[in-house]
Design a protein around this ligand. Structure first.
Ligand SMILES: NC(=O)c1ccc[n+]([C@@H]2O[C@H](COP(=O)([O-])OP(=O)(O)OC[C@H]3O[C@@H](n4cnc5c(N)ncnc54)[C@H](OP(=O)(O)O)[C@@H]3O)[C@@H](O)[C@H]2O)c1
Length: 246
């Protein structure tokens, strides 16, 4: 993607990685539309930064399709979509009490990604060149024991993205996957899980996008997780991450 002249929709940009990326892309020269459930945050961010906004709940198919139609109608030059919306919950699998969190996580992270692609891909395919960026995680590749359904949804997003990319070979749509490492955001209600600073992460992501990195956007800190299976370090990293939780 050309970070200086794209028209970008980021679902899940009322905070964290999505908001940071929105700010960087706008500063680089792109037109940016942000989405999320919190109308008050959207209004404040529109006033502060001049973003376009749309209310969207990715867990609700009707909301996603309404938001998609609205964004495409207002921004017909839209050529880039980032499926950033996501939640992450601790779950104790020894108690069935975790089921509600598990279902909400699947509905937001996986089904939400599917809804977003369904809502925006037909438009992106009409553009001469377009980019769809899904968001997985380093935890797609080595699970964090405390967040089992989260890890599973991100592994699913990784797999879904690969299949989508293959289906779109020869089309105008490039499919990228952003797989972040731990980054300091509100994701676990601001809990400190040793994440890297948001600014440093966003610097690296913008440099990778500008360098044309594809098909995965992998900053340095995520490399050990991404390649753990290949490197024979998977079990060692899984156990090390689990022991840090206690
Ligand atoms: N931070 C990390 O360490 C890390 C690592 C790997 C991957 N990631 C991924 O990066 C993405 C962004 O996370 P973050 O760290 O920036 O956390 P964050 O600050 O909590 O941001 C999450 C964003 O998702 C939106 N969202 C949540 N549920 C939604 C829903 N049902 N519909 C629409 N939007 C929804 C939130 O907006 P509203 O609340 O306004 O809806 C918010 O803008 C997530 O997919 C996360 O899994 C993060």
């Amino acid at each position: 993607m050309d970070t200086t002249s794209s028209t970008v929709f980021i679902s899940g940009a009322t905070s964290g990685l999505g908001l940071a990326l929105a700010q960087r892309l706008q500063a680089a020269g792109s037109t940016v539309v942000i989405g999320g459930r919190r109308q008050d945050r959207l209004d404040a961010l529109a006033a502060e930064h001049g973003f376009g906004t749309v209310v969207i709940d990715v867990a609700d198919a009707e909301s996603v399709h309404a938001a998609g139609a609205d964004v495409v109608a207002r921004y017909p030059a839209l050529d880039t979509v980032v499926t950033m919306s996501g939640i992450m919950r601790n779950e104790d699998l020894r108690s069935p009490d975790h089921t509600a969190d598990a279902l909400e996580t699947v509905q937001t992270n996986l089904v939400g990604t599917i809804h977003l692609i369904d809502a925006f891909l037909p438009h992106l395919l009409t553009r001469p060149a377009a980019t769809l960026i899904t968001v997985s995680s380093g935890l797609a590749f080595v699970p964090l024991a405390a967040t089992p359904t989260y890890n599973a949804t991100k592994a699913a997003v990784h797999s879904y993205t690969q299949a989508l990319r293959q289906q779109l070979v020869g089309s105008s749509v490039e499919v990228l996957e952003l797989a972040p490492p731990a980054v300091q955001t509100d994701l676990m209600s601001g809990a400190d899980f040793g994440g890297m600073p948001l600014d440093a992460f966003t610097d690296e992501v913008m440099a990778l996008l500008d360098a044309g990195a594809a098909p995965e956007i992998l900053v340095q800190n995520v490399q050990p997780l991404r390649w753990a299976e290949r490197d024979g370090t998977h079990q060692q990293i899984l156990e090390a991450m689990a022991s840090r939780e206690h």
